[in-house]
Write a protein that binds this ligand. Structure first.
Ligand code: NOJ
Length: 554
């Protein structure tokens, strides 16, 4: 199989199926809905879709608890319909990658159900341990709810769950489990999918042990499973399957640094993953988790951006993203609701023009914002259970905890996509499974934005087009300027004698921008601006709130 690096030229769009578009009126997004929006996606210009899990699932963690890896959940359709989506996407030049969630299954997966019996071969598919007296086998915490061990009355043992207790961890150390994973990969690749996003893949090798004191309570034990002892062996084994297909894999990797990432993604023989979703740039306004907030620091964000750009250039490939289904909307975090459109565009320019493959999360291209719901439970996010405990430990008051849980909830990114200004924003003709953000009535919807040349949608569309037509945006070398600025993020890309200067304000305050030495802005062409289309400028200007401009020099 001739492997190509088509993913380097791709712009990916993440679909979180439950909230994308409902085709059958049951209030839950489905594949009929996706089919009806493929033209929309083609028009936006993206050329790859990443589907968050579509498989059968009891939805304890909204699809990330899988009970059948080979079948599409009836909530979303069936395998035949999925095949149709795949074919229709391919016809439009859009590749499709699936989520591969193999750190854990659902506790309703037949492997787990059968494996409760100690004599079943499936028992060894999971991490079962005897308790220490009537205590847990060790003191690891779950990232989602309390301790990482759950007692099972039937067999008198405890099983490991790093996430919710309905998500028992698979024992990747068992070769039979790895065989199953490889067969699942082949199954979807043979159907025609073009790769995978691998869920918390760097957590899949575990070693027994007691923690040595990770600072965050819910990460207690993490040093024994983050980049565990056999992780590189497992990923190399999976790579053998992937090498038979012209596909790519992007691994999700919490707490990853560029230096460590190179062990997985460096482009040399033995490369395990094609790129990685690290989290460092998502921590510019929080400590490790969204709920532990601190004031947004542009300097921190810039440092992370530049570190990844510089460390990987020429050696490995970056995955670029600012939103996904696990974080509140970026405008509420790093931008401004008051300057919604300006900040959405500035943020878009700031990450999409870096070197790497950009990912756009559904609704991000519309500048969707967080929702304000009356109760924490309304956000339907299981993560809240542990987050509440963590905030309590850090001494937050009950009122503050409530406020933090709402603003940091993953539910903010999971409200239905706003398609138009009809009932339920055109997401469903039924009752939506989660409330629709009323902002669709204020012009934040696809229909209105398609019609408005200055909308966030049309900015993304122009950005994607520019990236497709200009290799400098994909492959150019990166250099940061104005490093000490607290308001401006400025970087250049250079490629085959061409230059591009990206200027992005992350502030509602005016800031003085002076072009770096050697630049004459009057000789460049300003594009992708968020105030006037052709701003006139000598070699500097005072930025307006969240102003962004890109100067290209041929
Ligand atoms: C990461 C996924 O993105 C998140 O949504 C999920 O809850 C956890 N992994 C567990 O699968």
């Amino acid at each position: 199989m001739k492997k190509t690096q088509w993913y380097k030229d791709a712009v990916c769009y993440q679909i979180w199926p439950r909230s994308f578009c409902d085709g059958n009126g049951d209030g839950i997004g489905d594949l009929e809905g996706v089919l009806s929006k493929l033209d929309y996606l083609q028009d936006l210009g993206i050329n790859c879709i990443w589907f968050s899990p579509l498989y059968c699932s009891p939805n304890a963690d909204m699809g990330y608890d899988i009970s059948d890896y080979r079948n599409i959940s009836p909530d979303h359709g069936d395998n035949e319909l999925f095949k149709k989506v795949l074919d229709e996407a391919h016809k439009r030049g859009i590749k499709v990658i699936m989520d591969l969630v193999v750190n854990h299954t659902s506790d309703e997966h037949e492997w787990f159900v059968k494996g409760i019996d100690k004599n079943s071969k499936y028992h060894d598919y999971y991490h079962w341990r005897d308790g220490k007296g009537n205590k847990n086998p060790n003191n690891w915490s779950s990232l989602f709810e309390g301790k990482a061990w759950e007692y099972n009355k039937e067999n008198g043992q405890y099983y490991l769950h790093l996430f919710s207790k309905k998500q028992p961890d698979l024992k990747m150390e068992n070769p039979e489990v790895r065989k199953e994973v490889k067969e699942i990969m082949k199954y979807w690749l043979d159907m025609g999918v073009d790769g995978f996003r691998e869920d918390v893949i760097t957590f899949t090798s575990k070693r027994d042990g007691l923690p040595n004191g990770f600072p965050i309570p819910q990460a207690c034990g993490m040093e024994h499973y983050k980049d565990g002892p056999r992780i590189h062996e497992f990923l190399s084994e999976f790579r053998e399957v992937l090498d038979d297909y012209d596909c790519f894999v992007v691994g999700e990797a919490p707490l990853m640094t560029p230096k460590n990432a190179l062990k997985y993604i460096e482009e040399k023989p033995g490369q395990e993953l094609d790129m990685m979703f690290h989290f460092q740039h998502m921590e510019a306004d929080c400590i490790f988790m969204d709920c532990l907030n601190k004031p947004f620091s542009l300097k921190q964000l810039k440092k992370v951006f530049s570190n990844w750009q510089e460390s990987l250039y020429g050696k490995a490939w970056n995955a670029l993203y600012m939103e996904n289904h696990d974080h509140p909307r970026i405008i509420n975090r790093y931008g401004s609701v008051e300057y919604r459109e300006e900040s959405a565009k500035s943020i878009a320019n700031s990450y999409m023009l870096q070197c790497g493959t950009p990912f756009v999360y559904q609704g991000q291209e519309l500048g969707m914002i967080n929702i304000d719901l009356p109760n924490v439970e309304d956000y339907q996010d299981i993560f809240a259970v542990n987050n509440a405990k963590t905030l309590k430990l850090f001494g937050f008051s009950d009122a503050k905890i409530e406020e933090r849980l709402k603003t940091s909830s993953r539910g903010n990114a999971r409200t239905p996509v706003q398609w138009d200004d009809t009932d339920n924003a055109g997401f469903t003709t039924g009752t939506p499974w989660m409330p629709v953000n009323p902002s669709y009535k204020d012009g934040i919807n696809a229909k209105a934005e398609i019609a408005d040349p200055n909308s966030v949608y049309n900015h993304y569309k122009a950005l994607i087009k520019f990236r497709k037509e200009n290799p400098i945006a994909v492959y150019g070398k990166y250099k940061e300027y104005c490093k000490s600025s607290k308001e401006l993020y400025v970087y250049e890309r250079t490629y085959e004698g061409k230059k591009m200067l990206v200027i992005c304000s992350y502030s509602d305050k005016a800031a003085d921008f002076k072009a770096p030495a050697g630049y004459d802005l009057s000789k460049g062409k300003a594009i992708l601006c968020n105030y006037e289309t052709n701003p006139v400028s000598a070699n500097g200007f005072t930025t307006r709130p969240y102003e962004t401009r890109v100067y290209v020099f041929d």
